[in-house]
Design a binder for this molecule. Structure first.
Ligand SMILES: Cc1ncc(COP(=O)(O)O)c(C=O)c1O
Length: 436
């Protein structure tokens, strides 16, 4: 093992040995190469006042070399800001600005320690980095039975983890008992990664405060029994909350810093929070009991994450990071964000009104609970979701997603309010025609 990895592992173990136990084999081996090209060019950046011949970029008249045909697409940007490399863990100002945004949104976090967010290539990359750091083949990953299909590709197919599922819904709400039972099966000394995503894809459900507390208590009780628990919280759709009684802070707020055997990881992204899907900017933040702010443990986890980034994508787009930073620094950022969330809320309410005013639809489909995010799911009562999807597509030109044989996902995020009643009428018509 490289000496730098050994040193990082020692720093982690000195603060909290359970976190070292949680790391995968790759997680233990990986380190950020602070010696070599990166450190020499960092030194040169500071000290080489005459000529800097250290970096693998091309310079001209003190700026990044650039083609007019490239800069023509980037009015308002200078070539160095737009085109140079970013550091592997991300631009420091963006990391701080995202941390500030998260503290603003989740005031509870002000009382608990955490790392600085590390910038990733979107949230998919954040999740795959967490998987690489903490999951080996045959490790257990616990998911709700309502989940995003990319988790399967990542944890099961790429890493070889064993997936286990808990039942997401009971009638009218979250099946917290099913979550508790799945955790109760874990023996002390074992390790489990629990992935929790709210607002949930595909259901569009965010727990009530008390359901959220039940989930957090179950994780905490499991850690207290001696199980090493990694709680990976996917906050992709954070902030799109359309009802009063639901959790406004991330579940991460209820987990951060609570127990030495409970490592909370917040995976979030500019992707949906800033409406910049293709810019590919996400973040990973760590928090565990027993570590202070600025703990060497957090520095070591950030360095290991940066090492994985350096060895795969090297760094995320500097232009994208700077665009995200400018947005976060806009004086009316929170107002702009609230206006878009309000528009999405109108769409969610239009879905609810449509379903409420057509009780006849219930013969063919009923909604699962939804209160947030981009989506809602229909439970198909007659026939199967894939047949319905095909009919909707082929005959009516309507695109939906068949998540399972019984569940059809509707992304109301893509629909104008006035299109929503018609969409559900077409689903009803298609379902009737299939039955006929
Ligand atoms: C639950 C969930 N997590 C993560 C992502 C990935 O986000 P990104 O586009 O930033 O990789 C998505 C996107 O669809 C998602 O639905």
């Amino acid at each position: 093992m490289n000496q730098l990895a050994i040193e990082l592992n020692e720093k982690i173990a000195q603060v909290n040995p359970h976190v070292l136990e949680m790391l995968s084999a790759l997680g233990r081996r990986i380190y950020f190469p602070v010696k070599g090209i990166l450190s020499q060019s960092a030194e040169a950046k500071k000290l080489a006042k005459r000529y800097n011949a250290s970096i693998g970029t091309a310079m001209e008249l003190g700026q990044a070399m650039a083609l007019d045909s490239v800069m023509d697409s980037l009015p308002g940007w200078n070539p160095s800001d737009a085109l140079l490399y970013a550091p592997s863990p991300g631009i420091p100002e963006l990391r701080s600005a995202w941390q500030e945004k998260n503290l603003h949104d989740n005031p509870t976090l002000q009382s608990y320690s955490g790392s600085l967010p590390v910038v990733t290539n979107g949230l998919s990359n954040a999740i795959s980095l967490a998987a690489d750091l903490f999951v080996d083949a045959n490790d257990t990953v616990l998911l709700p039975d309502m989940n995003w299909d990319n988790y399967h590709l990542n944890f099961q197919d790429r890493i070889g983890a064993k997936l286990q599922f808990w039942k997401f819904f009971r009638t009218g709400g979250l099946d917290c008992a099913s979550f508790r039972e799945a955790l109760a099966a874990q023996v002390p000394g074992s390790k489990i990664l629990c992935l929790l995503n709210f607002p949930n894809n595909p259901s569009g459900y965010t727990p009530t405060e008390s359901e959220g507390q039940e989930l957090a208590d179950a994780l905490l009780a499991t850690a207290a029994r001696g199980v090493n628990v990694i709680a990976l919280v996917d906050d992709a759709y954070y902030g799109l909350f359309f009802e009063e009684n639901i959790m406004r802070e991330s579940l991460y707020s209820k987990l951060a810093g609570r127990h030495p055997r409970l490592l909370a990881i917040k995976a979030d992204a500019a992707t949906k929070e800033l409406y910049v899907w293709g810019l590919r900017i996400g973040f990973l933040t760590f928090s565990v009991g027993g570590a202070e702010n600025n703990s060497p443990l957090y520095a070591a986890l950030e360095a290991k994450t940066a090492g994985l980034i350096r060895s795969t994508i090297s760094n995320s787009s500097q232009l994208s990071q700077k665009i995200a930073l400018r947005a976060l620094r806009a004086s009316d950022f929170y107002e702009q964000r609230a206006a878009k969330a309000e528009l999405m809320g109108k769409r969610a309410r239009a879905v609810r009104q449509t379903l409420d005013s057509h009780p006849e639809y219930a013969e063919y489909f009923v909604p699962y609970p939804f209160n947030s995010g981009y989506f809602m799911c229909l439970q198909i009562k007659k026939g199967d979701a894939e047949t319905l999807r095909q009919k909707l597509l082929q005959k009516f030109g309507v695109g939906t997603i068949a998540i399972t044989s019984t569940n059809l996902r509707i992304a109301f995020s893509c629909l104008e309010v006035n299109e929503i009643p018609d969409l559900f009428q077409l689903i009803y018509q298609a379902a009737q025609e299939i039955e006929a």
